[in-house]
Design a protein around this ligand. Structure first.
Ligand code: COA
Length: 319
């Protein structure tokens, strides 16, 4: 039996940090409002001219170095992004060229904030089937360019960044299960309606959100996903070393954690300093906790996400 296992992680954040204090000089908001509703204190914002592929490349190179692999080893690149640099080629193909990878497949996955969970699940199937041996799975986003910076209900919530893992074929289990879901009938509660069509920008190019509806759905499905992943593998909450949830909002994360009866010390959170970086949020949080040595080899880690679509899902893995 073939499995896939994470061999290395990496991440990257743009240099510029925008604090809540800076935002309150520009729009009618306050540090107190943002922190009490979301837990977010600051976010990183890409520089003008900085591209999603740039962020992805930094994160990918860090993950490749951690896994001790080079361009000749990688035979699959999947990039989860909602903010590709171009309509096409895909960000994965742009990244493949940057890294000098000459073999295998490269494609993007679009599941918004659940994108990395989807991409990791897909990569696991490809690697476990034996068809591919070494995958680079990246979540990279420049969400700041989808925001109306005059809309205080949405612009305070998001940030830019990238995270990556190298997923290798293994004889021992790494990824134990993945469960993916979507409910397209809920798409309107979190969307960017606009796009390029017939040479023009059609409809609203900014993110629109029914915050309360997203909050309700997120707290429900993240709890369901976590419970399902543990039960499916015959584990209980006591067996779980770490939960690495999508970093949208501290209140959503705390609600999920408390409903599970999981001690909050066993949850990795980066949302305070990163904001919601969409598909980059889970691999950024994962890499943070791997590098500060909280997550150690052999530990049981549950990652989960929820986002536009609406989409949601989990991956349970032995690190
Ligand atoms: N600063 C100050 N006031 C703000 C504000 C801001 N940045 N954003 C909204 N407000 C105001 C609203 O206008 C409203 O004022 P009103 O009552 O005078 O109309 C008031 O604060 C309360 O707004 P409300 O939407 O009820 O706040 P909330 O407690 O529900 O929190 C969210 C709003 C967005 C933080 C919350 O709904 C949420 O976290 N939703 C999930 C969002 C998310 O995670 N999306 C991504 C998922 S992948």
């Amino acid at each position: 039996m073939n499995y896939s296992k994470i061999a290395g992680t990496g991440s990257y954040l743009p240099n510029r940090v925008v604090t809540n204090s800076e935002l309150q000089t520009r729009i009618d908001t306050s540090d107190e409002w943002i922190v009490s509703r979301t837990g977010i204190e600051a976010r990183h914002i890409a520089a003008e001219g900085e591209k999603t592929t740039d962020l992805a490349e930094h994160a990918a190179r860090a993950a490749m170095a951690a896994a001790n692999v080079n361009a000749d080893d990688i035979d699959l690149i999947i990039v989860a992004t909602t903010t590709p640099d171009k309509v096409f080629p895909s960000t994965a193909c742009l990244l493949q060229a940057r890294l000098g990878v000459k073999q295998g497949a490269a494609f993007d996955v679009q599941a918004v904030c659940t994108g990395f969970v989807y991409a990791l699940s897909i990569a696991d199937k490809f690697v476990a089937s034996g068809q591919h041996r070494c995958a680079l799975v990246v979540g990279a986003e420049i969400f700041s360019r989808l925001l109306d910076w005059n809309d205080r209900r949405t612009c305070v919530l998001f940030g830019d960044g990238a995270g990556a893992v190298v997923l290798k074929a293994s004889k021992e289990p790494g990824i134990l299960s993945s469960h993916l879901y979507a409910d397209g009938s809920m798409g309107h509660i979190l969307q960017v309606d606009g796009g390029v069509s017939a040479g023009k920008l059609a409809d609203n190019p900014y993110l629109q959100m029914d915050g309360a509806a997203v909050f309700r759905l997120a707290t429900r499905v993240l709890h369901e996903c976590a419970t399902e992943a543990l039960r499916h593998n015959g584990f209980t909450v006591e067996d779980l070393d770490w939960l690495v949830p999508h970093q949208a909002n501290m209140r959503i994360i705390n609600s999920t954690t408390d409903k599970l009866n999981l001690p909050r010390e066993r949850v990795i959170t980066t949302v305070a300093q990163h904001g919601n970086t969409s598909a980059a949020s889970v691999p950024l949080a994962l890499d943070t906790a791997v590098r500060d040595q909280r997550i150690k080899p052999g530990q049981l880690v549950l990652i989960e996400g929820v986002g536009g679509g609406m989409t949601w899902g989990s991956v349970l893995l032995r690190f």
